[in-house]
Design a binder for this molecule. Structure first.
Ligand code: 5GP
Ligand code: ZN
Length: 136
């Protein structure tokens, strides 16, 4: 994809600190990390987001994210790891080539990926039906 920064990184046109690479997936250090060891996992075939990526490509990327999570846990002896993936500007996506964040976490760190929990909806069944009606 022209003008996709991650496609350029995958093609080697822009340098990156690579921690893992195979035929389908590349994992690199995030240049503006939330924590030391923050990695982003990139499927090599361009897809902007979860709405357009083939299952097979996403499956390979999430398996690599798992490998990276295990590695950063050992490397940094962190207390936890977030595996996150943003879709759409409203959800915080800034680079429109699907990627999975792997972020080492420590008790009491100041990284914010938490939301204020809402009240339990009275119509949980209705909500479940709304979603099920759109499931393909
Ligand atoms: P998003 O906000 O789309 O979920 O995440 C995009 C991530 O890509 C951000 O965490 C940002 O720091 C990272 N990023 C943006 N440009 C580059 C780049 O040129 N190289 C690397 N390694 N990371 C980048
Ligand atoms: Zn791309």
């Amino acid at each position: 994809m022209e003008n996709c920064i991650f496609c350029k990184i995958i093609a080697g046109e822009i340098p990156s600190a690579t921690v893992y690479e195979d035929d389908d997936v590349k994992a690199i250090l995030d240049v503006n990390p939330a924590a030391r060891g923050h990695v982003i996992v990139l499927p090599k075939k361009h897809a902007s987001d979860v709405f357009s990526i083939p299952d097979e490509d996403l499956s390979k990327a999430i398996c690599v994210a798992k490998k990276i999570a295990i590695a950063v846990k050992e490397a940094y002896k962190c207390d936890g790891v977030n595996i996150l993936q943003n879709n759409g500007e409203a959800a915080g996506q800034t680079v429109f080539h699907l990627h999975i964040h792997v972020i080492p976490r420590f008790e009491g760190d100041t990284i914010s990926v938490k939301w204020k929990q809402g009240e339990m909806p009275a119509d949980l069944d209705v909500i479940a039906d709304e979603i099920k009606a759109c499931m393909k």
